[in-house]
Design a protein around this ligand. Structure first.
Ligand SMILES: CC(C)(COP(=O)(O)OP(=O)(O)OC[C@H]1O[C@@H](n2cnc3c(N)ncnc32)[C@H](O)[C@@H]1OP(=O)(O)O)[C@@H](O)C(=O)NCCC(=O)NCCS
Length: 167
């Protein structure tokens, strides 16, 4: 198992993780049987790809930020934090993924913990997360952070509210 040089943390996208990002995301897409063409532009001009993902950007009609979970030159996963909910509340405030080689090591649980602090700094007292009912791993992550169920949304995903004060 690869040893990480430092404790991973959420940070803005960075060119420092170019190789591990491209390899990790490509492996993930291939494992899911998803088209990898989105990575072509990233591999050609990673600096531009990163620049487009930094800062507060309007996505789904609401301001949002993308963070990467990084240890030194290692990219482990991504998290998006919407500053407010979309009109239909689809996708909630926070979405995340950990690339396959780094799964099942507690990284998503820690990523969400860090994101809750960022959400609190934005003035959010609680955040909405939406999870497919068969996504056992993500349900565990949400439960670990005290997620309180609030029905199912129009996309068939279960809704959970998580308080932003760290547990
Ligand atoms: C969901 C996901 C982010 C979890 O990442 P992770 O880093 O493996 O999660 P953690 O290591 O923090 O594990 C959290 C819990 O889930 C469990 N878990 C992780 N992967 C699992 C799996 N494939 N099957 C069953 N349980 C699993 C862990 O054992 C842990 O359980 P515990 O709290 O009882 O110890 C990751 O599987 C992923 O990226 N999936 C694809 C994208 C996705 O589903 N995103 C979430 C959308 S809501």
């Amino acid at each position: 198992m690869i040893r990480l040089s430092e404790t991973p943390h959420l940070q803005e996208p960075t060119t420092a993780v170019r190789t591990s990002y491209l390899v990790g995301e490509q492996a993930d897409l291939l494992l899911r049987g998803t088209d990898t063409s989105s990575l072509a532009a990233a591999s050609e001009d990673f600096g531009q790809y990163v620049a487009e993902r930094r800062g507060i950007v309007e996505r789904w009609g609401v301001p949002s930020e993308v963070f990467w979970f990084v240890s030194g030159e290692m990219y482990l996963g991504s998290l998006v934090l919407r500053h407010r909910l979309t009109e239909d509340e689809g996708g909630g405030h926070i979405g995340y993924h950990v690339v396959q080689p780094w799964q099942r090591q507690g990284h998503a649980t820690r990523m969400l913990g860090e994101a809750l602090v960022k959400a609190k700094d934005l003035g959010l007292e609680r955040v909405l997360l939406t999870v497919a009912p068969d996504n056992v791993a993500s349900l565990r992550v949400v439960h670990r952070h005290g997620g309180v169920p609030d029905g199912r949304n129009h996309e068939g995903e279960d809704r959970y509210w998580v308080e932003t004060a760290p547990l």
